[in-house]
Design a protein around this ligand. Structure first.
Ligand code: HEM
Length: 184
């Protein structure tokens, strides 16, 4: 397995970014839904704090990931139909945009509510906007709607990976999994 991408497969750096971020996004999403159901109290505040810290980690990693993505050629596309390849590109772009939009709306929402974001208790981020109740309410709705977009797009993305693997029987999923691709 190589560190960099090849014409046929993703390298270790791309795969590590993909799976670490997939795990993070799914965790932040699950925590977000769980904490919403908790009654106001210490436990809820602790989960909100974890949700924010992991969300900011997503933001930091997606910046590095996009820099890597733009500096590294991707393996050739595998979809048989052009429409399928276009849909894959649009879906990936949507996932990248959401990985920025989710933490940025969260951070701005916290700033508008005047609850500064502490990252794992190590440091506190500056507020992005002045306290503003109306802006807070709007961003809360936007953040919530975007979380549905994440759930929908990740679900389609997951099903598309399974379709490639079991229906088309191509290397789409295998070349994103750890280990060396045999036909390389
Ligand atoms: C749930 C299980 C998941 C599976 C099975 C999966 C599978 C894959 C596969 C096979 C590819 C490569 C597609 C290709 O060759 O063109 C890929 C790419 C990608 N995945 Fe996932 N994925 C999962 C979760 C996620 C999550 C949660 C995110 C982030 C929200 C994500 C974001 C991306 C992005 C942005 C790409 C495009 C990478 C590039 O720039 O080429 N994936 N995924």
């Amino acid at each position: 397995m190589t560190i960099r991408n090849t014409k046929h497969a993703f390298g270790t750096v791309t795969k590590t970014f993909h799976w670490v971020m997939a795990l993070l996004v799914i965790s932040v999403f699950s925590i977000g839904w769980y904490m919403d159901f908790l009654p106001l109290g210490m436990e809820k505040l602790q989960w909100i704090s974890r949700h924010k810290s992991l969300g900011i980690t997503v933001l930091a990693l997606v910046i590095l990931r996009v820099i890597w993505r733009l500096s590294e050629p991707s393996p050739h596309e595998l979809g048989k139909l052009q429409i399928e390849r276009l849909a894959a590109k649009a879906g990936h772009l949507g996932l990248y945009l959401l990985m920025f939009a989710m933490p940025l709306t969260g951070w701005t929402m916290s700033s508008a509510a005047n609850f500064p974001v502490s990252v794992f208790g190590l440091f506190t981020l500056p507020n992005l906007v002045s306290p503003n109740q109306e802006l807070f309410e709007t961003l809360r709705t936007v953040h919530w709607l975007l979380s549905w977009a994440v759930a929908g797009l990740v679900g389609v993305h997951f099903l598309a990976a399974l379709k490639h693997h079991f229906w088309d029987r191509d290397a789409t999923l295998r070349r994103m999994l750890p280990g060396k691709l045999e036909e390389n």
